[in-house]
Design a protein around this ligand. Structure first.
Ligand SMILES: NC(=O)c1ccc[n+]([C@@H]2O[C@H](COP(=O)([O-])OP(=O)(O)OC[C@H]3O[C@@H](n4cnc5c(N)ncnc54)[C@H](O)[C@@H]3O)[C@@H](O)[C@H]2O)c1
Length: 284
């Protein structure tokens, strides 16, 4: 039986009113866990609350605000006795950003970094002390901290510099946290890197039909659970179009830009098209 996903354990999930966060909340509720869903979408929270039922509570918060994290912490202490078994720092925004033209708006850069990066920093600094304290006090207690990154934070495709930078920063943060907690056997850290997942952030809206390529949020939640059971830090989700092998090669190619002296984002440059194609065809 999982030490994390089990009856009477507790979960705090940001961005849990929709998409991947909601699927994680549904998974936890399905195991009989008590769940705190934190999100800034008041309407979405109401709908989520109805579908999640009695064992879930919802909080209307902005993860980029430290004062809102103080409220979350108080609720955790009051309702869960300070115990968090599953902390999913998942809230994110995908606002478009650009260096020039109509989307060259500093406020959008700040917004994306505030939510996607500081939302995670705030969550860790507010709740890590509780998690450490509780897992140190009871050797049978285990906790997992799941941080949602993105392949865009690893391969850095052209088109949205702030989003990519925020997710690269989140990856770096999660790696540091994993290292810092290496001696805390009761606390696992996992970087969830979804593939294309059919959510509002990635194209889903109203009754728009789901294309074949993306995974559902439930598939992502199930994949995360399986990788957590294997004790993996890296949770690199495929989707119905991009296999794990393709991802592996794309990441290798990007990482090799620096040591081989290729220009950045070479994968998307015309002059490297043939070489990249050959690389993808070969074994990695
Ligand atoms: N969907 C994809 O293809 C995909 C791919 C890679 C990474 N991701 C990441 O997955 C995570 C979840 O996104 P999703 O795809 O489920 O999209 P989503 O839009 O369904 O969910 C994001 C949730 O975060 C909430 N949120 C946004 N800003 C907030 C804030 N300041 N405070 C509190 N809540 C806030 C939103 O209200 C929403 O409920 C994000 O971090 C996203 O970057 C998604």
């Amino acid at each position: 039986m999982s030490a994390i996903f089990k009856k009477a354990n507790t979960a705090v999930i940001t961005g849990g009113a929709s998409g991947i966060g909601l699927a994680l909340a549904q998974k936890c509720v399905g195991y009989g866990m008590r769940v705190l869903v934190a999100d800034w979408d008041a309407w979405g929270l109401d709908v989520a609350k109805q579908s999640l039922g009695e064992t879930a509570t919802t909080m209307h918060v902005d993860v980029s605000k430290t004062e809102d994290w103080a409220q979350i912490k108080s609720a955790v202490v009051k309702d869960f006795g300070g115990q968090i078994n599953f902390l999913a720092l998942n809230a994110g925004v995908g606002a478009r950003t650009a260096f020039d033209g109509p989307e060259a708006d500093i406020a959008s850069f700040r917004k994306v970094l505030d939510v996607n990066f500081f939302g995670v920093v705030n969550g860790i600094t507010a709740l890590l002390p509780l998690i450490k304290e509780k897992t140190a006090a009871a050797s049978s207690l285990e906790s997992a901290i799941v941080i949602t990154g993105s392949k865009q934070g690893i391969t850095n495709p052209p088109g949205n510099p702030a989003y990519n930078a925020s997710k690269a920063a989140v990856k770096s943060l999660a790696e540091q946290l994993s290292y810092d907690l290496r001696a805390n056997k009761g606390v696992g850290v996992h970087l969830l890197v979804p593939g294309w997942t059919w959510t509002g952030l990635a194209g889903a809206s109203g009754d728009k039909a789901k294309p074949d390529a993306p995974w559902t949020p439930e598939q992502v939640a199930n994949y995360l659970e399986a990788k957590m059971e294997e004790g993996k830090f890296w949770v690199l989700c495929p989707d119905n179009e991009v296999t794990e092998e393709v991802d592996r090669k794309r990441m290798l190619w990007s990482a090799q830009d620096a040591p081989t002296g290729r220009p950045p984002l070479s994968r998307w440059r015309e002059e490297y098209k043939a070489e990249f194609g050959k690389f993808m065809e070969g074994g990695a």
